[in-house]
Design a binder for this molecule. Structure first.
Ligand code: CO
Length: 300
C-alpha cells in the first residue's frame, strides 16, 4: 500500500494531528502563564471616609482617571481598616485594602499596575502604599511591575501648582479683605513640612490665605496669631483634605469650643465654613491625575 498526498484519509489525519498538537502546546504554555499578553491596570488608593456623600471627591478623581485612560480598568482601594470595617458593619459595603485589591488584580491577570496615592503629602500612609506596591512588584506568578504615583504634593513644583490650584478654587463669593483658612491633616511624620512650604507659596500670591493643620504645623494657634496680625474680620474656612469627611465636619466646622470655627469666632472673625474636599475641586484633582500619568508612563 502506497501513501500519497492524494490519500484523503491520511491528509485529514495529518491535519488533525497538527491541530491537536498546536492546541495542546498552547494550553500547556497558558498553564505556565508565560505566554499571556501584558495587561495594564490602575489602582487608586484613598484613606477612605465614613461620612455619607464625602466620597464625592474620590468619585470625581476616579471619573477623571477613567477619562484620562480609556480602555484601562480603574479600581479603588481604601487604606483605613477602621473605615473599611465600619462601612462593612453599617452599610454592608465590602471595600478592598490596597493589598486585597492588588491580590485580586494579580489573580485577574494584570501584569502592570499603576497605583495612584490619593494622599496629600508623602507621609506615613503614602509610604505604606509604597511598601505594599513593592511587595507585589515582580511577585512570582504575579505582576511584573507596580509603580506608585506621587501624593498631591511631592516636588517643589507640585507645591507651587497646589498653591495656584487652591487660589483658583477659593469660594467665588469671597470679597476683598476676606481671608481663606485652609486646614490640612498634619502629621508626626517628617512630611509635615509640606504644609509650611505650601503656606510660603500661597503667601507669595495672596497674603490673606492661611494654611493650618489639625495634627501638625502650622497649628491652630499659629494660624490664629497670623489672622489676628492681619486684622481680618471675615474668613472662609475650608478643608485642605482630599475629602470633606470627619475632620472637616468636626475639627473644622463642628460646634465644640475647640473647633476651628469656634476658636476663630471667639477671636471676633465671622466664619463661613465651606465643606468641600480638594478631590472635589478640578484644578487640584487634575494634579493627582498628572501624577498617575507619569506612574503609568513608567510601566514597561
Ligand atoms: Co485623621
Amino acid at each position: 500500500m502506497s501513501i500519497t498526498v492524494h490519500d484523503p484519509v491520511r491528509r485529514i489525519l495529518a491535519a488533525l494531528f497538527i491541530l491537536a498538537f498546536l492546541a495542546g502546546w498552547s494550553t500547556h504554555a497558558d498553564a505556565h502563564g508565560d505566554k499571556k499578553p501584558d495587561k495594564k491596570g490602575i489602582l487608586l488608593v484613598a484613606f477612605g471616609t465614613t461620612v455619607p456623600g464625602a466620597d464625592s471627591a474620590y468619585k470625581n478623581i476616579e471619573k477623571k482617571a477613567k477619562e484620562a485612560f480609556p480602555g484601562v480598568e480603574v479600581r479603588m482601594a481604601y487604606s483605613s481598616k477602621i473605615v473599611r470595617h465600619k462601612l462593612a458593619a453599617e452599610k454592608k459595603l465590602k471595600l478592598d485594602s490596597p493589598a486585597e485589591a492588588l491580590a485580586k488584580m494579580m489573580n485577574d491577570d494584570f501584569t502592570h499596575v499603576a497605583v495612584q496615592s490619593l494622599q496629600t503629602i508623602p507621609g506615613a500612609e503614602f509610604h505604606d502604599i509604597m511598601a505594599t506596591a513593592k511587595a507585589f512588584s515582580g511577585m512570582p506568578k504575579g505582576m511584573k511591575q507596580v509603580e506608585v504615583g506621587l501624593a498631591l504634593m511631592a516636588t517643589t513644583e507640585d507645591v507651587a501648582k497646589v498653591a495656584e490650584a487652591l487660589l483658583a478654587s477659593v469660594p467665588k463669593d469671597r470679597k476683598a479683605g476676606e481671608a481663606v483658612v485652609l486646614v490640612g491633616h498634619g502629621t508626626h511624620h517628617p512630611a509635615d513640612v509640606y504644609y509650611a512650604a505650601l503656606q510660603y507659596h500661597v503667601w507669595k500670591k495672596d497674603p490673606l490665605v492661611f494654611i493650618g493643620t489639625v495634627e501638625g504645623a502650622p497649628s491652630q494657634e499659629d494660624v490664629l496669631a497670623e489672622l489676628k496680625k492681619s486684622g481680618v474680620k471675615k474668613a472662609h474656612l475650608m478643608p485642605f483634605l482630599a475629602v470633606a469627611g470627619d475632620h472637616a465636619r468636626n475639627d473644622l466646622a463642628g460646634d465644640e469650643p475647640d473647633s476651628w470655627k469656634s476658636v476663630m469666632a471667639g477671636a471676633g472673625i465671622a466664619v463661613t465654613p465651606v465643606l468641600r474636599g480638594t478631590g472635589d475641586a478640578s484644578p487640584l484633582a487634575d494634579i493627582w491625575i498628572e501624577h498617575l500619568k507619569s506612574a503609568f508612563e513608567r510601566l514597561k
